[in-house]
Write a protein that binds this ligand. Structure first.
Ligand SMILES: [Zn+2]
Length: 98
């Protein structure tokens, strides 16, 4: 059963969650030791971050972790993360790319 609004399977749908007020999602890359780059996504409010992380990892084919309201993805995916979140239904003005 897919959501009629976003077309995603119900377990991935965040339609009810993404319209929460006061949500500012920040996407940025960070260089770790040994030149390893990660993409950090945070600022989610009352959404299932684990579910979003799973979808991001699937679409980017990368590894990553999610803890509390923060997602850490391996590699530099800043532009793509914004595109994917937008395609999942998050409003573009809600997402700050730093
Ligand atoms: Zn939906």
């Amino acid at each position: 059963m897919n959501c009629p609004r976003c077309g995603l399977p119900e377990e991935l749908c965040v339609c009810d969650e993404m319209t929460r007020e006061g949500q500012r999602i920040r996407v940025r890359s960070d260089k770790r030791r040994y030149g390893k780059v990660v993409t950090l996504v945070d600022g989610f409010k009352d959404v299932d971050v684990h579910k979003i992380a799973k979808e991001l990892k699937r679409r980017l084919a990368c590894g990553g972790t999610s803890k509390n309201d923060k997602i850490e993805l391996q590699g530099d995916h800043v532009r793509k993360v914004k595109d994917i979140l937008t395609s999942m239904g998050f409003s573009e003005d809600m997402i700050d790319v730093l």
